[in-house]
Design a protein around this ligand. Structure first.
Ligand SMILES: Cc1cc2nc3c(=O)[nH]c(=O)nc-3n(C[C@H](O)[C@H](O)[C@H](O)COP(=O)(O)O)c2cc1C
Length: 216
């Protein structure tokens, strides 16, 4: 069930509404502070620092960091509503979910808010590697197959994966700039994660990406 406020405002697409699982009505969307959209390390320095990390400190991400991270990933960066990452045919295929200790949230780029999706900690189910369950955040990239009807199944996977890759690199570069750790992941039990995420029939997980503070 979607939150009443969001539903009344008509802000959640019917595709999302039909896929949205039970979440207590009293569960509120989580507003994020405005993203900073400035500062950080120069691009060349961030590129120099970009890497995959697989050891995470048990430390949550502050709201401002979460806000900046999600905006960098796939936030709105122009009045047109377009995003920090390019996307196939100008069709919004990918949703970014945040799996954290306090549940799974859907990032709504237009409102720059987190919408409640599942009141469960499914971090450990977002991948087959041990560190995923202990990291504070696992991004789960989910494609809307029903928005890609006129291309083959193979092309759906292809374009959804490319869209996801751009988002993933934004996340890597933001993390490099902020001293955060990240790893983009395909080592996922997709059938299990699709089930755990309670997705709509045509939705599918493309990849996941862990984010947190480096251990030590
Ligand atoms: C499509 C893709 C899938 C990946 N899947 C995993 C994964 O499941 N687990 C993992 O630890 N790293 C994964 N990686 C990260 C790569 O192993 C890593 O980028 C590569 O070893 C180079 O290391 P670097 O990112 O530190 O430069 C993946 C990277 C890509 C692009």
């Amino acid at each position: 069930m979607i939150t009443r406020r969001a539903a009344n405002a008509g802000l959640i697409s019917s595709a999302f509404a039909s896929a949205a699982p039970a979440f207590a009505v009293q569960e509120k969307e989580r507003e994020l502070p405005p993203p900073r959209m400035q500062g950080g390390k120069p691009l060349m320095e961030a590129l120099k620092l970009r890497r995959s990390t697989r050891e995470y400190a048990d430390k949550p991400l502050p709201d401002q960091v979460l806000s900046d991270l999600l905006w960098s990933a796939f936030g709105v960066n122009r009045p047109s509503g377009d995003r920090t990452a390019p996307y196939w045919r100008h069709i919004m295929v990918i949703d970014v979910y945040a799996a954290m200790a306090n549940g799974v949230w859907l990032y709504d780029p237009k409102r720059h808010a987190l919408l409640p999706h599942l009141p469960a900690d499914i971090r450990a189910q977002t991948g087959t590697q041990d560190f995923v369950g202990g990291a504070p955040l696992n991004l789960v990239y989910v494609a809307h197959g029903e928005r890609m009807k006129d291309v083959s199944e193979a092309d759906r996977r292809l374009y959804a994966s490319v869209d996801t890759g751009f988002i993933g690199q934004n996340v890597y570069l933001f993390c490099a700039s902020e001293g955060l750790a990240s790893v983009f992941r395909g080592a996922v039990d997709y059938a299990k994660l699709n089930r755990a995420m309670q997705l709509g029939p045509e939705q599918f997980v493309t990849f996941a990406q862990t984010v947190g503070y480096p251990r030590g």
